[in-house]
Design a protein around this ligand. Sequence first.
Ligand code: ADP
Ligand code: MG
Length: 246
Amino acid sequence: MTTPILEVRGVSQRFGKFQALSNVSVAFQPGRLTAIIGPNGAGKSTFFNVVSGAFPPTEGSIHFLGNDITGLPQHEFARIGIAKSFQITNVFKQLSAHENVRVAAQMRHARFALLRPRASMRELIDLADHLLERVGLQPVRDKPAADLAHGQQRALEIAMALACEPKLLLMDEPTAGMSPEETTTMMKLIASLATERTVILVEHKMKLVMGLCERLIVLHHGEFLAEGTPDEIRSNAEVKRVYLGQ
Ligand code: ADP
Ligand code: MG
């Protein structure tokens, strides 16, 4: 067995008296694309917040490549290689797409300045161009982020997350609010990113991820409900009940 890239052991999260996650244990193997699905309010975003270091879990532990990272400060999560995309507040609306990615790359390099020689402006510019190309935004490179279409802003956030060179990329409902065309483009981008790194995707539209992911994990009312291949999940009686009962 390879060491899981991410392992969550007995994680619970309470907000006051409300139990958002209850004793969830799950492991993710490196290099795979996994989706966490479940109805609204199932605890999916809370799970991501816990594994991306937004707050430590009330109970349980989180392990990254075999190391216990429970309670590590959030900026350390980016340093060790865990990036969460879709934090819209990280995009500077008045800056161009290219400037936004450059800022993200610069912040990373500034943080590592003691470990590595400081990247030159030329390197940062080239890296930003490379990442914009990677997510299909090179044609709008110089447009202010505010003027980008919704789908393009989401792609920009991915490019910014990639500037941290993450080993593990977490995406929370990347197609939320997208048109069918934007959704198709985003799904293709996710599939292509997943050939290079481990990706975990949170989605409440089960059908959307069925054709994309090799493995699905289902949360319901903050509890682990099921895990398996798309076929196994599709035919799981408990899962059917939860989704039909919505
Ligand atoms: P999902 O992403 O699956 O829709 P969430 O993880 O966002 O679900 O939320 C699960 C439950 O936890 C919801 O009932 C939500 O209201 C509650 N919750 C999430 N974050 C907080 C918070 N910071 N404080 C209080 N309750 C929260
Ligand atoms: Mg959510």
